[in-house]
Design a protein around this ligand. Structure first.
Ligand SMILES: Cc1ncc(COP(=O)(O)O)c(C=O)c1O
Length: 420
């Protein structure tokens, strides 16, 4: 029996994320080193703090802890996130905020509340696949905007907007990841951030700003002031800001938040009620206590150093193994290194060779809505250990050399590299 005839048009068009597909492969093959998923390193988690808080909270048997909670979120956590937002110069009341089940749900809620089939969402070339698919699942038309070295190309943004309007389409919003973008690691210039707020007001187009990585700037290449959110200068209410605790505390809690004009948050709240009623109450309670106890604030400098060190190991390994065969802009924060292959090698053709060598990455085309990106690969350095990064790069180098037709210098080891 097939069920195609039962599927809604939207469901029939839904696709599995290419990053999850890589995850399935990595789970099946324990000998594989994965540069595919943007997962935080497990040794960055505050295990002991969560254990102590969970003990404390459960021992107290507070009546709300294991209960359904308000759709907007656990009020003390909302207040704590309001303070986190304020530290990023975002001045919002809790009536302009909602806790979501990961920022991924925030993206879906944005799509649910703003997009009718055929409406245009402008996205960068390249852009985060999870957003692309959240918007596509609601049958949006995605229009790509090119990037320059300091983020989105404002001239191309106008071109894309006017072209879409000329075709009679409604352009609802621009989606951007200004801080250490997934997948490029790119940091949007401060001048461009201000220009985008002016653009939104002038063109009457909303901006969806997705900021899970802003706190993870690398001290040798960026400063906190470089990460000032677009939302910080949004006096008129054009920006919907999403951020998450997944990359700084832990993704298992599935806890993120949205800060947006109150009428839009109210709509998103109604949409969320039909999805999950409320975000996990226990998770929110744990994270509230963790933030109140200073875990987020204390761990931030360590996290920056932790990922900076992994970035350095990956860059050194790539340079050592491949010289200038691969090119990239040094990541100034976040989880990703976005590398470019020499022509005519395409990353989708490299992938099976790399899998045979025991390493995986995400091929660049997954992040492009215009069919481009064939020369790129996204290498996430966040999850593997330093040894795994070095060994993974050795395997990748062997695959790249095979793909470009150079003899590999030596056979990389196929032994599993222990975690830790
Ligand atoms: C740019 C971006 N947005 C959103 C998400 C989803 O994060 P969350 O774990 O909060 O759902 C990710 C996760 O990789 C991401 O990279």
């Amino acid at each position: 029996m097939t069920y195609e005839a039962f599927l809604s048009r939207a469901a029939a068009g839904m696709r599995q994320s290419p990053i999850r597909q890589m995850g399935i492969l990595a789970a099946q093959r324990t000998d594989i080193i994965s540069f595919a998923p943007g997962y935080p390193g497990p040794d960055s988690f505050a295990w002991d703090a969560y254990r102590a808080i969970a003990d404390r909270v459960l021992a107290a048997r507070h009546r709300d802890v294991l209960q359904y909670g308000p759709t907007r979120g656990y009020a003390p956590l909302l207040e704590a996130l309001q303070a986190v937002s304020a530290a990023r110069s975002i001045d919002v009341g809790t009536d302009q905020m909602m806790v979501t089940t990961g920022s991924q749900q925030g993206l879906d809620l944005v799509a649910r509340t703003l997009l009718d089939p055929g409406d245009v969402a402008l996205v960068e070339l390249p852009s985060y696949t999870g957003a692309i698919w959240a918007f596509r699942n609601h049958q949006a038309t995605l229009v790509g905007v090119r990037q320059a070295a300091d983020g989105i190309d404002l001239v191309d943004l106008d071109r894309a907007l006017y072209q879409a309007r000329l075709e009679g389409r409604r352009v609802k919003f621009l989606y951007v990841v200004p801080n250490f973008q997934n997948p490029t690691g790119m940091l949007l210039g401060l001048g461009k951030r201000r220009a985008l707020v002016e653009w939104a007001a002038r063109e009457r187009v909303l901006i969806v700003e997705d900021d899970p990585y802003g706190a993870l700037f690398f001290d040798d290449a960026a400063h906190e002031r470089d990460t000032r959110p677009i939302k910080a200068d949004d006096d008129e209410g054009w920006v919907i800001y999403l951020s998450s605790l997944s990359k700084t505390l832990a993704p298992a809690f599935r806890t993120a938040w949205v800060a947006a004009p109150a009428p839009l948050v109210a709509r998103m709240e109604v949409a969320k009620q039909a999805m999950d009623l409320c975000t996990g109450n226990f998770d929110q309670r744990l994270l509230f206590e963790a933030i109140r106890d200073g875990v987020l604030e204390r761990s931030a400098p360590d996290l920056r150093e932790y990922y900076r060190a992994k970035r350095t190991v990956m860059e050194q390994a790539l340079r050592g193994e491949l010289g200038d065969t691969l090119t990239w802009s040094p990541p100034r924060g976040g989880f990703f290194l976005w590398a470019s292959l020499p022509p005519p090698v395409q990353s989708v053709d490299l992938l099976p060779v790399a899998i045979a060598q025991g390493v995986i990455f995400v091929a660049g085309h997954a992040f492009f809505v215009d069919g481009g990106g064939g020369a790129f690969l996204r290498l996430a350095f966040s999850l593997p250990t330093h040894d795994q990064i070095r060994e993974g790069v050795r395997r990748l180098a062997a695959a790249v050399k095979e793909a470009v037709g150079q003899p590999a210098s030596r056979q990389p080891s196929r032994e599993p590299v222990p975690e830790g």
